[in-house]
Design a protein around this ligand. Structure first.
Ligand code: 5AD
Ligand code: SF4
Length: 479
């Protein structure tokens, strides 16, 4: 058999774990597309499927723009595409399974249409176990590239086409900041803005610090410039993105914090500012003050709890206790009583007892979250928690998840019921996919609303009267 593979760089977990004092380079010229590659995709269509978090969604926006710089055109149907790319997520095993399921479907398609080029990128590409599996069983794939290699996509693609072999280019580095990537944004009204990359928290269950490198904040001037540009294009909302946005600025050589950034972003005058995700450890009083004093910073905070048991929080390496979390929660709710607060919770962490789980339920009962993302612990190869004794049976994990979801849903409905009859501001994003007669949008507090109203309101922030409250969404009509 022909050796169909060119490994330029393979991921390395030990290297990905490294954290040194090495300077982060801000590269404003890293994405360069050679003249002859600008026509590579002429007459060809691409399809990119995104798994995982908002960070990945925004990476996909960059990838799409790069492909269009190469003259590819987008298709929504993978069966029509000449180039299929899966931008993957490594956070839990279930996404792995979905990705490999999709790879299976692509294989069938490629058997019928051998000219198709297929590849994977994103966080799974950063995992040694995944790349080894691809080398063992999926060598028919054409490209694999990592989260630090996006700017080099034109070269990776052209090398694979030229040599007709699998190109693997996955850097396992602490990472730099690349400032000149183009973006093809999904929405004309709201935009994702990376404010930082990577994470240094190393929560024991989490793969992100390995797949995304060390914490690197973008310089404030680049962020503000990007937002000003978006305002000039009539954007209404920006969401500042990072794995742990409250730690923004700590790695910069200037004295500048997330509170400073939020204030400066608010001053640009953009109508809505959001930010995700917050780690309770870094949530400062100054931030709460800034949110309170600036009407265009939305009263919505995602505050991951993960567990309500101090013993489990310690094993998770979360750096707070049930008590300090609750104190922070109350501080936020007192300063911002109208705000909605959501959370993330993991059940079935190694060693979690019924008592530990009940402590989580206690916190949920106290906080009465607007909603929560709940997960069963998923061991990630290379993380400390994957080596802990996972002694909770799957049946128990499922029962706990079910019990937690019932509680979470009852509070979600309760929180939504409070909106009945109220008039709230909603950014109308478009026409509902489920019901073409309705519009959809989000309130300032991030509640999804199905709205009766004229299509001319798309892209506007309008007053909506809430007529019905459900667990996951609200119904309303434009006033
Ligand atoms: N298993 C289950 N859930 C996880 N998360 C992160 N890593 C894991 C894991 N190994 C959850 C956390 C995090 C959210 C994005 O995903 O709750 O906040
Ligand atoms: Fe993962 Fe913890 Fe970093 Fe969040 S803060 S990305 S959970 S390591």
């Amino acid at each position: 058999m022909v050796e169909r593979c060119d490994i330029v760089l393979k991921p390395n977990l030990m290297e990905a774990k490294n954290r040194t004092k090495q300077e982060v380079l801000v590269k404003t010229n890293e994405y360069i597309i050679k003249e002859d590659l600008k026509k590579l995709g002429l007459g060809k269509k691409y399809y990119v499927k995104t798994y995982g978090c908002q960070m990945n969604e925004h990476d996909t926006e960059n990838i799409k723009a790069i492909l269009e710089d190469m003259s590819f055109k987008e298709t929504e149907n993978y069966e029509d595409a000449d180039f299929i790319l899966l931008n993957t997520c490594a956070i839990r095993e279930n996404v792995h399974n979905k990705v490999f399921g999709m790879i299976g479907r692509i294989k069938h398609l490629k058997e019928k249409k051998p000219h198709i080029i297929a590849g994977i990128c994103g966080c799974m590409a950063q995992e040694e176990v995944v790349v080894n599996k691809i080398l063992e069983k999926y060598k028919w794939l054409d490209i694999v590239f990592g989260t630090h290699n996006i700017h080099n996509l034109p070269n990776i693609l052209s090398r694979s086409l030229e040599k007709k072999e699998l190109e693997i280019e996955v850097l396992s580095i602490e990472g730099n900041v690349i400032e000149n990537l183009p973006a093809k944004r999904d929405s004309k009204y709201k935009a994702w803005i990376n404010i930082m990359y990577g994470c240094d928290k190393f929560c024991t269950y989490c793969i992100v610090p390995y797949t995304r490198g060390k914490q690197r904040s973008r310089k404030p001037e680049f962020i503000i410039e990007e937002i000003q540009q978006l305002i000039s294009e009539n954007y209404k909302e920006v969401t500042l993105l990072g794995q742990n946005v409250n730690a923004y600025g700590k790695d910069l050589d200037i004295d500048y914090t997330m509170a400073n950034l939020l204030e400066e972003v608010a001053k640009t005058g953009i109508e809505r500012v959001r930010f995700v995700t917050s780690h309770p450890w870094d949530f400062s009083d100054e931030m709460i003050e800034v949110i309170k004093n600036n009407k265009n910073i939305m009263p919505y905070i995602h505050l991951p709890l993960q567990s309500g048991s101090d013993r489990i929080l310690k094993l998770m390496g979360r750096r707070y206790t049930k008590q300090t979390y609750l104190e922070l929660y109350k501080k936020i709710k007192t300063a911002l009583p109208y705000s909605s607060i959501t959370t993330d919770i993991i059940v079935g962490f190694p060693g979690e007892t019924e008592e530990d789980f009940n402590e989580t339920l206690d916190v949920v009962k106290e906080c009465k979250y607007d909603s929560a993302f709940t997960f069963i612990f998923s061991p990630r190869v290379g993380t400390p928690a994957a080596n802990m004794d996972d002694n909770v049976s799957l049946e128990k994990k499922n029962n706990r998840l079910h019990k937690l979801n019932e509680l979470v849903n009852s509070y979600a409905k309760e929180a939504n019921d409070k909106y009945l009859g109220k008039i709230v501001p909603v950014l109308i994003e478009g026409i509902s996919e489920k019901d073409k007669n309705k519009l959809v949008g989000y309130t300032d507090t991030m509640k999804l609303v199905n709205v009766i109203g004229d299509v001319s309101n798309v892209g506007k922030i309008v007053d909506v009267e809430i007529t019905e409250a459900k667990t996951w969404s609200l119904d309303g009509k434009i006033k």
